[in-house]
Design a protein around this ligand. Structure first.
Ligand code: SAH
Length: 411
């Protein structure tokens, strides 16, 4: 994914080790009605469905045994029939800037990536929506082997739960809480109480970016279902305004997203200012074309009132020439838009290069002069690999080795 870069030594690496694939369905993917019937067969009321979900989503339970508001025999029966998570952590990498990257092995042995970026009081989850990607952008590692399948909504939620469970307890958050209690006149918080009840004081996710592997709008239904679950106050409590969905630009689906009535933030991967160049970089452009994408994005803005971000992966010598800067400014001038410039992150074996500083500066200045807001995306987690889908490829290539190495146990 775009925020990732490559190749310095790892700080931490763990692997999933020798375990057979899970045979039991993950509880987050069991349809409500199925679970309700399963519970009724055991004489349990329907409210248990929400209790179980709340345990995983809000209470951070990672085993059924921990679900202390359920009768003990039921916990054992649940553990017989289901698993709390349907994925296993194949690799867990932590960079020195606190960025975490997970390679998750799905029940069918496929692998996906999810990333947690912790920065300036934010904890952002970057999640995948498909195994692989069918869009074929020429600079991206995710699509090198095409798309295998859509992720289920449970698999999408599970990435978020797993990343949320990694967000660190931060003393700064705790300090804030003490401050707010003081200003309302309540007694100051006893730090001991936080230690006695650590889960309630743990960090939480503040933002979601759907910028991992896959094309989110090609799996819109499952994505919206998952975001509804995590958006709920009994879920992870992350509202639509804190969610960014990045797309290659599928006009009909952009409209559908706008019609969902939710305040999601839309990011459109533009990468070129004219159709000829865009079709070379983003093959799906041949069928859609820039005009249709921009028209759909404009409609999205009109319907939702939310400003659209345009992403532009800067490929040295290819889309960063002065004429590209001028054309891009011309294309977006007059639109209430924001541009994120993303210097290309190297992908092993691909013949592109990062832009030179002077070319990046020229892009920034040309856009700013045209009144367009622009930012260069920061690199995070630079030690831990890698642009979109690279780590998964590496994990697949070395899975024999990692299966033999020792394990830190993850649920
Ligand atoms: N399919 C969606 C989500 C892809 S990932 C989309 O096309 O938007 C999010 C962003 O990262 C996209 O803009 C994508 O083009 C970009 N990206 C992928 N690989 C990259 C790389 N190696 N370097 C920089 N950005 C990359």
């Amino acid at each position: 994914m775009a925020v990732m870069a490559a190749t310095l030594p790892l700080v931490t690496e763990t692997s999933g080790g020798l375990r057979p694939p899970l045979a039991k369905p993950g509880i987050l993917d069991v349809p409500t009605e199925t679970l309700r019937v399963w519970l009724a067969d055991r004489g349990q009321p329907p409210m248990r469905v929400n209790q179980i979900r709340r345990q995983v989503l809000a209470n951070r339970a990672t085993t059924f045994e921990e679900m202390s508001d359920l009768p003990k025999p039921l916990r054992a029966e649940l553990a017989e029939a289901f698993s709390v998570f349907s994925t296993r952590v194949e690799r867990h990498l932590i960079a020195s800037d606190d960025t975490h990257k997970l390679v998750l092995r799905l029940a069918d042995d496929r692998m996906i990536e999810s990333v947690l970026i912790q920065d300036e009081g934010r904890a952002t989850a970057c999640i995948s929506t498909q195994v692989g990607c069918g869009m074929g952008c020429v600079f991206c590692a995710s699509g090198l082997n095409g798309v295998v399948r859509n992720l289920t909504s449970g698999e999408i939620v599970e990435q978020l739960v797993r990343l949320r469970n990694l967000v660190e307890f931060r003393i700064a958050d705790f300090g804030l809480q003490i401050e707010s209690q003081k200003t309302t006149g309540a007694d100051s918080v006893n730090p001991q109480s936080a230690i006695r009840n650590p889960k309630s004081e743990m960090g939480r996710l503040t933002h979601i970016v759907v910028m991992g592997m896959g094309e989110p709008l090609a799996n819109l239904e499952n994505l919206l279902e998952a975001l509804a679950v995590v958006g709920d106050k009994n879920g992870l409590g992350i509202g639509a305004r804190h969610v960014t969905i990045s797309t290659v630009g599928l006009p009909a689906k952009i409209r559908k997203l706008a019609e969902s009535g939710k305040q999601y933030h839309l990011a459109v991967s533009l990468h070129a200012p004219n159709d000829e160049l865009r079709t070379r970089i983003v093959p799906t452009n041949e069928k859609t074309g820039l005009d249709a994408i921009l028209a759909a994005a404009d409609e999205f803005f009109e319907t939702t009132g939310r400003q659209v971000t345009y992403e532009y992966v800067v490929l040295g010598g290819l889309n960063d020439r002065p004429e590209h800067a001028r054309q891009l400014a011309g294309l977006l001038a007059g639109r209430k838009a924001h541009v994120n410039l993303i210097p290309w992150n190297d992908v092993e074996g691909l013949p592109y290069r990062r832009p030179q500083d002077a070319d990046l500066r020229n892009l920034i200045e040309t856009l700013r002069k045209a009144g367009i807001s622009v930012k260069v995306r920061k690199r995070k987690g630079s030690e831990i690999d890698a642009a979109c889908g690279q780590l998964r490829r590496r994990a697949e290539q070395s899975s024999v080795i990692s299966h033999q190495s020792s394990v830190i146990s993850h649920q």
